[in-house]
Design a protein around this ligand. Structure first.
Ligand SMILES: NC(=O)c1ccc[n+]([C@@H]2O[C@H](COP(=O)([O-])OP(=O)(O)OC[C@H]3O[C@@H](n4cnc5c(N)ncnc54)[C@H](OP(=O)(O)O)[C@@H]3O)[C@@H](O)[C@H]2O)c1
Length: 260
């Protein structure tokens, strides 16, 4: 028997249409949004800092006739996430890809954890992801087709001292992604989890690392550029329909583990 006897057919690369990118005001999310827009996708930019989103819209409009709009929202709040999805459908008529990227880190030994900071991180990284999926999935399920890109972390695969609180959220993110993959596999939804090592963004500052620590780590391990992670996301998104990149770990060449 030859391959032809099976009567199979494979489609070419996927096309990119209406998308929502959370955490698009800086770092990895901004980079993914830029690249999607430049590939011809219609992109809804989501984050809390309206001024940053407006700047990105202006930058992209100046660069060319890209279809982008800013919908400021806090992903911790159900009504704001629902509003983002409604605005996307109203404007573009479809929702084809959700890039769930918004999140932040906070490092602390467990006994010293600032419970308010921990709760905010959990509400953003885990609860915010749940809300993003809860409101973002129905339009894609209705279409019988869609992509979910979830930006997790190497911290979702290994734990370091002081990294327990953040790792707990990213292990949770991976569990949600795995369940989603199982639950939607027969409904045309592809779920990709991307687990980056260190990336040069505002992340380390927000997580509480000092400037000296950031400089020392960056000179030892040349971190990834946010565009490197964005290219990984596009690689997954542009696969033909029958190919699903389930998980992708992307590290700086000089980083083997979270801090080594
Ligand atoms: N950089 C790294 O080394 C690294 C490594 C592995 C994984 N990651 C993950 O990559 C993702 C992106 O981080 P990044 O490195 O690009 O850091 P970043 O530059 O600090 O970007 C974080 C983004 O998340 C948004 N955000 C945070 N809380 C939000 C909320 N409640 N509602 C809406 N948006 C919110 C921020 O926007 P606003 O502040 O304007 O809301 C910002 O756009 C995160 O999930 C992070 O855990 C980062």
């Amino acid at each position: 028997m030859t391959l032809d006897d099976l009567g199979l057919s494979w489609n070419d690369k996927e096309s990119l249409i209406g998308k929502v990118v959370t955490g698009a005001s800086s770092g990895i999310g901004a980079s993914i949004a830029r690249k999607l827009a430049k590939r011809g996708a219609y992109v809804t930019l989501v984050a809390r800092r309206r001024d940053r989103l407006d700047e990105l819209v202006q930058e992209l409009h100046k660069d060319g006739l890209y279809e982008v709009m800013a919908v400021p929202a806090d992903i911790q709040k159900a009504e704001e996430v629902q509003h983002v999805v409604n605005e996307t459908i109203n404007r573009w008529g479809r929702l084809d890809i959700v890039v769930a990227n918004a999140g932040f880190g906070y490092r602390s030994p467990l006994v010293e954890v600032d419970m308010e900071r921990w709760e905010e991180m959990y509400r953003t990284n885990v609860h915010g992801l749940m809300l993003t999926l809860h409101y973002g999935l129905p339009p894609m399920l209705g279409q019988g087709k869609g992509d979910v890109i979830i930006i997790s972390s190497i911290a979702g695969k290994e734990v370091i001292a002081g990294g327990g609180p953040y790792s707990a959220t990213k292990y949770g993110v991976n569990a949600i992604a795995s369940a989603l993959r199982l639950e939607t596999i027969d409904q045309g939804i592809r779920v990709t989890t991307i687990q980056p090592g260190a990336v040069a963004t505002e992340f380390a500052q927000v997580a509480g690392y000092s400037e000296d620590e950031i400089r020392a780590f960056a000179s030892k391990v040349l971190p990834l550029h946010p565009d490197d992670v964005a290219e990984a996301a596009l690689y997954a998104l542009e696969q033909p329909e029958h190919v699903s990149i389930a998980e992708l770990t992307i590290m700086p060449s000089r980083q083997a583990q979270r801090f080594k």
